[in-house]
Structures are given as structure tokens and as C-alpha cells.
Ligand binder design. Structure first.
Ligand code: PFF
Length: 457
């Protein structure tokens, strides 16, 4: 095992700190904002089932692969891959894993920050009591008003990017570890409060059946791709973020155990969010397929109606912002560390450069909800297309390459040594990364016609 676990950027104080930080990266808008709305758009139960299968047979093995590559390479993904390529005597082509990941993180953060901005603005709206006793119509109109104002979106997006770059500039040891330790459990508890509310909302049976009774006639191949892409997105896989954190993992920590814990916590949060939201959708005769505004159109109704709703609502959106914050940091970390390691920038300057570029690209998403909402490419707005390209193409492709590299190219003695599993578990892992992940990703890609359109054949 690689005993030298201190990198130029510091090291986690323990394996537990790695779990917290990686959970901080995994649990974010993906669980609470994205999972419910894409489930709503893709018909419910069958989509959820495919997503859960993808987490189990693709997500967890790829997470183990990423952590092991990170711990072995001990640097920003691009440089970690350089070291691993030498160890595996592989072609330089494989550096593409690091490059594509860094670019994917940058692209994702550009829109992630805009959505996190919505959550920020809902902190103030809730605190001011705007939702007290509000009807579904009022709540819907409030959301429409927010997204149709480029200036408001711009303000909140800018604020969120500032917050992100502030933490990133201070470095791993100072900000990252501490923030997640209290906030993740708090978010979890609050979600349980929300589920408690939903149990009595009158829509619970319908919501639960929407989420958990699969009807495969409602699921298209594109839906399957979105479920698979989301398994990567929600676990922060396929772009080197987890590899980056793996670089800080102490040598004695178990990769399998930590990966199961992180994936388990992440999945639980997504399911709780779904169970909290869909009953509200049905109790208020709303449509599950309204798109990215789903949680902002539903949860405030519940906060408006429950006792202590101003307090719970404000707290919920604060925690959502924190969950998004700890994820945002991991989206930009590969780019920042790359600028530090390869371009000799100070951490502060590297954060500034990465932040400004991301902020600027984010303007595309800001305007795609208002000024350029009618400009469509391949039937999608700028935001939709960016999301599709990153979550459904770049991350699965990154995951596919990581699987092939870890399963086929890295000498098996190295993965065996890092994973430190018994023979049966190791063989299962190896089978999943060598065959199941690559074949699953390719089969899904081949069946989605939108991909052909985007790439012009
Ligand atoms: N996993 C995060 C979420 O679910 O919100 C998003 C994310 C973070 C994706 C980091 C990818 C990543 F590398």
C-alpha cells in the first residue's frame, strides 16, 4: 500500500473525515433538487428502480475504483493519472480521464451554482414569512417570478460562487472537513421532519405508489440514460472528484466500507427527499413532471401550512445551501489543484481564475430561464443541454474509462492490495468494473437517439 499519504494539499485527519467530505460532495442538489424532478419527468417507479440498480452495480464499484486510483496516484486527477499510467505501463491516452473530469466539473458547477442560488433566495423568502399560509398557486407564481428575473438569478449565482471560492481558496484542512460534520446530520433530521409532514398530507399513498410501483411502459431509453447518468452525478463519480478526495485518504482506511457508507447515505437522502415531496405534489393536484422547479413549487406549500413553518423552511433551505456548497467545492477542486500543481499558481489565484471562468459560463444558465428561454438546441435550452452533456454523457463516459483502466490496465496486484478484500468480494468487484459497467454504459448510449443527434450522425 502507498504509505506516503500526505499530498501537497494536506491530508484528512482520519478515514472518517474522508467519509464526511465525500458524503458532503455526494449529497447535494442532486439528491434533493434533481432526483425528485427527474423522477417526476420520467414516470416514477421504474425510473427509481433503474437508478437504484445503477447505484448498486455501477456506482459503488466505480466509487471504489476512483478512491483506489486516487489513493494510489495521490494528486489532482490529471497528475494522479500520469503516475498511474507509468505504474500500469499504459498509454498516455488515459490522461483523458483527468482532463475530461476537470472540464466536466467546471461545466457542472456553472449551472449548479445558479440552482444553488435559487436555494439561497429561498432562504430569505422563507425567513421573511413569504410562504406562511401560501396556496399552491402563490408558491408557483413566486418561483416563476424568480426565474424570470435575470438580475435576481445573477445576484444569487454570484453570491454562491463567492461562497464557493472563499472556501476553496482557504484549502482543504480549514474549510471542508468542519462544515460537513454537523450539517449533513442536521439535513437528514430535517428531511425526516418533512417526511413526517407528508405522511399526513393526504397524498402519501399516491406519492409512495408513484415512487415505488414500477411501470416500465413509462420508461424510455432516454429515461434509462438519465437514471444511469444520475447515479454518477449523485455519487460525484466519473469526473475525478472522488479520486481527488481519495488522494487524501489514509492508507489503513477500508475503501469498500467507506464507499458503501457514502453511497448508502446518499441514496437514503434522495429517497427521503422523494418521499417528502411527491405526497405534497399529489395532495395539491400539482404535476410531477414540472421540471427543475419541482421542489421550489412543493416544499414551500408544506412549510406554509405546518406549525413552525417559517423556522423549518428557513432551516431547510439553509441546509440545502450547505449541501450544495460542500458539493460545489468538490466540483471545482480538481481544476484548482491542477492550476496549483501545473501552472504554479497560488491557491488563492487559482481559485480566483477558476471561479471567474465558472461564473461567466453560468450566465448562460441564468439567461436560459428567461432571456434566451426560447433558444433551443436539440429541443433543449442551454441549461438542459449542459446538464444532458455533463450528467448523461461526460460522467458515464468518464466512469466507463475509469472502469476499464482500473479493471483491465492497472495490474491486478495493485487493486488487490489497495482494496484489501477477501477473494470473493474482490472477484465480484473486478467482474463489475471489467464487464458490467462498460457494457451497461455502452448499451445505454447506443440506444439513446438524442446522443446521435448531438454528435451529428
Ligand atoms: N453529487 C453532487 C450532488 O448530488 O449534488 C453533484 C456533484 C458533485 C457531481 C461533485 C459531481 C461531482 F464531482
Amino acid at each position: 500500500m502507498n504509505k506516503n499519504h500526505t499530498t501537497q494539499h494536506g491530508s484528512w485527519s482520519s478515514g472518517w473525515a474522508f467519509v464526511l467530505a465525500a458524503t458532503g460532495s455526494a449529497v447535494g442538489l442532486g439528491n434533493i433538487w434533481k432526483f425528485p424532478y427527474i423522477t417526476g419527468e420520467n414516470g416514477g417507479g421504474a425510473f427509481v428502480l433503474v437508478y437504484l440498480v445503477c447505484i448498486a452495480v455501477i456506482g459503488i464499484p466505480i466509487m471504489m475504483a476512483e478512491v483506489l486510483l486516487g489513493r494510489r496516484g495521490r494528486a489532482t486527477p490529471i497528475n494522479a493519472m500520469r503516475t498511474l499510467i507509468v505504474e500500469a505501463s499504459a498509454s498516455r491516452f488515459w490522461k483523458i480521464i483527468g482532463w475530461m473530469g476537470m472540464i466536466a466539473g467546471f461545466l457542472i458547477l456553472s449551472y449548479y451554482s445558479v440552482i444553488a442560488g435559487w436555494a439561497l433566495s429561498y432562504v430569505t423568502k422563507s425567513a421573511l414569512g413569504e410562504f406562511s399560509g401560501a396556496s399552491a398557486e402563490f408558491v408557483g407564481a413566486t418561483f416563476d417570478e424568480l426565474v424570470s428575473s435575470p438580475l435576481s438569478l445573477l445576484f444569487w449565482h454570484t453570491l454562491f460562487m463567492f461562497m464557493t471560492m472563499f472556501v476553496v481558496a482557504r484549502g482543504v484542512e480549514h474549510g471542508l472537513e468542519k462544515a460537513v460534520r454537523f450539517l449533513m446530520p442536521a439535513l437528514f433530521i430535517l428531511l425526516i421532519v418533512m417526511v413526517g409532514y407528508s405522511l399526513n398530507s393526504g397524498g402519501f399513498a399516491q406519492g409512495a405508489s408513484f415512487l415505488f410501483s414500477p411501470d416500465f411502459s413509462k420508461l424510455s431509453w432516454t429515461g434509462v440514460l438519465i437514471a444511469m447518468g444520475h447515479a454518477f452525478f449523485t455519487l460525484s463519480l466519473g469526473m475525478g472528484a472522488i479520486m481527488m478526495y481519495g488522494a487524501y485518504l489514509p492508507p489503513q482506511a477500508s475503501i469498500a466500507k467507506t464507499s458503501f457508507l457514502i453511497a448508502g447515505a446518499d441514496t437514503l437522502v434522495a429517497l427521503l427527499a422523494g418521499i417528502a415531496i411527491f405526497p405534497i405534489v399529489f395532495a395539491n393536484n400539482l404535476q410531477p413532471g414540472v421540471g427543475p422547479g419541482l421542489i421550489f413549487n412543493t416544499l414551500p406549500i408544506a412549510f406554509g401550512a405546518m406549525p413552525g413553518g417559517v423556522f423549518f423552511g428557513t432551516l431547510f433551505f439553509i441546509l440545502l445551501v450547505f449541501a450544495a456548497w460542500s458539493s460545489a467545492i468538490s466540483l471545482i477542486e480538481p481544476m484548482v489543484t491542477w492550476l496549483v500543481e501545473n501552472r504554479d499558481q497560488s491557491r488563492f489565484k487559482a481559485s480566483l481564475i477558476a471561479g471567474v471562468l465558472t461564473w461567466a459560463l453560468g450566465l448562460g444558465t441564468v439567461f436560459s430561464f428567461n432571456l434566451i428561454a426560447d433558444v433551443k438546441m436539440y429541443d433543449s435550452t442551454f441549461f438542459d443541454l449542459l446538464d444532458f452533456l455533463t450528467s448523461n454523457i461526460m460522467l458515464p463516459l468518464g466512469g466507463l474509462l475509469i472502469a476499464i483502466f482500473a479493471g483491465w490496465l492497472l495490474p491486478h496486484i495493485m487493486s488487490l492490495d489497495e482494496l484489501n478484500l477477501d477473494t470473493r468480494a474482490y472477484s465480484l468487484w473486478r467482474f463489475l468494473v471489467r464487464y458490467v459497467t462498460p457494457i451497461a454504459v455502452l448499451v445505454v448510449f447506443v440506444n439513446v437517439t438524442k446522443i446521435y443527434k448531438i454528435f451529428g450522425f
